[in-house]
Design a binder for this molecule. Structure first.
Ligand code: SF4
Ligand code: SF4
Length: 429
């Protein structure tokens, strides 16, 4: 990241730096589903400049516009000036939250993210009662509402709840696989509560590699859902809790590995930007950074997993890989999952694996779900056209969005995290 936070958060300077070349428009996720100049990267940047110069009031219309960005970073990737549209929008969303408040259901959600014990209890209750309100689709770890519900569009597919979260399913905090090497696991909320196969897969892989797994049970949500919504108090609380906790064990582990691109990008990249005006916390976040990795990235570069997988031979499952925005564009991770999966599965590329799936965050998944649906359609079609049995991505937000997009389009490709695929290959007889 070449730009300093002081430059990034100067909306007016960012706006003045835009040369209006329009290179960002064809790749913009929101512009592709809502072709209007104001919902385009240079439109957002123009309006933000006007806002900082006092020429634009942050009214409901402006709120609506700034909440329409998917934060996918496609524009940053192609912009000749590398203008950080996503980051300035994240910043203005804090002003929006301060002025308009945060919707009750988001407040409730962020409260739960801050209080893990309550979340654990609620998910246990949810598991018991979910079948009353939802039809459960076990093969997809998903469910659909039986009747219209507030906020949830009828017919949509949501992640279902598990009986016990991944972190609570293991009594011991340290899983001893020989005592020679040790990594910590940061599992992420969706992986912990909704898709426990990811954490279990990671434990299987570490067992095969003879690397001890520290489950880091006091970890909190990384804060990404609150960051993308402008609830900076929640981000401040969660980030500081995580940093303080990681510091307690960081010298005893080789790395903190994260099988979730959004959580990894948040901790590795966004904590630094979030703390741009709190130098002590910024320095503490930066000190941890060299030991934060996406799971496939660390496994590829720091273990003999590739050779171990190669010794297992190929099976006949066809897999296509979707690049999560927070993996490829924010962390440069895209070769590693392909290389590891490719040892045992045949990979067939979709026409544009780098195109955003359209998840977009809490607001996009609730009040602006029609945009998420529209952005998911072309991705579902791309997946269908590959003929693959499995679509993989190291991101559970992509999983939630793609599962719904494929369900709506009647695509019967199954979603798996690459960690799950790798673990299956290792365990195959
Ligand atoms: S982050 Fe994505 S949706 Fe937002 S302006 Fe950039 S390309 Fe468009
Ligand atoms: S690509 Fe960058 S410089 Fe060109 S119009 Fe978009 S934001 Fe402005």
């Amino acid at each position: 990241m070449s730009k300093q936070p002081e430059e990034i958060f100067n909306f007016s300077a960012t706006s003045d730096a835009c040369v209006k070349c329009g290179k960002c428009i064809p790749v913009c996720t929101i512009h592709n589903v809502n072709a209007d100049e104001v919902t385009s990267p240079r439109g957002f940047i123009d309006l933000l400049g006007a806002y900082q110069k006092g020429k634009l009031e942050l009214d409901k219309n402006a709120k609506d516009i700034f909440e329409s960005c998917f934060l996918c970073t496609n524009c940053v990737d192609v912009c000749p000036k590398a203008l950080p549209t996503d980051m300035v929008i994240e910043q203005v969303r804090a002003d929006i939250a301060e002025k308009f408040g945060i919707a009750w259901f988001k407040k409730l959600f962020f409260y739960l993210l801050r209080h893990r014990t309550t979340m654990d209890l609620l998910f246990k209750l949810g598991y018991v009662f979910q079948s009353c309100g939802f039809k459960i689709k076990n093969e997809l770890n998903s469910m659909t509402p039986r009747f219209p519900m507030p906020i949830i569009k009828s017919g949509r597919l949501l992640p279902s709840m598990t009986k016990t979260s991944f972190l609570n399913a293991h009594k011991e905090e340290l899983i001893d696989n020989g005592g020679k090497r040790r990594v910590a696991i940061f599992i992420g909320c969706l992986g912990n509560y909704n898709y426990p196969g990811i954490g279990e897969g990671l434990l299987t892989i570490l067992k095969h590699l003879g690397i001890d797994a520290f489950l880091a049970k006091e970890q909190k949500c990384c804060g990404a859902p609150a960051y993308f919504t402008g609830d900076f108090d929640t981000v401040d609380y969660l980030a500081k809790q995580n940093i303080t906790y990681f510091e307690k064990f960081i010298d005893e582990v080789e790395a903190i590995i994260i099988p979730e691109s959004t959580c990894s990008a948040m901790i590795r990249v966004d904590y630094e930007h979030f703390f741009h005006d709190q130098p002590e916390w910024k320095a503490r976040a930066l000190k941890l950074k060299p030991k934060i990795f996406m799971a496939t990235e660390w496994l590829q570069h720091h273990t003999h997993l590739e050779h171990l997988l190669a010794s297992k031979g190929k099976n006949d499952t066809l897999v296509t890989y979707h690049d999560p925005c927070h993996a490829r564009k924010m962390q440069g991770v895209y070769k590693e999952p392909r290389n590891l999966i490719g040892q045992n599965y045949t990979i067939t590329e979709m026409s544009d694996p780098n195109q955003c799936c359209g998840f977009g965050g809490v607001t996009m998944q609730t009040e602006k779900f029609h945009f998420a649906q529209a952005a998911g359609k072309p991705k579902a079609a791309m997946i269908r056209n590959t003929g693959a049995q499995v679509v993989a991505a190291e991101c559970s937000a992509c999983r939630m969005q793609l599962n719904n997009a494929m369900y709506e389009a009647d695509v019967d490709t199954l979603f798996k995290n690459p960690i799950e695929l790798i673990a299956e290959a290792l365990e195959a007889k």
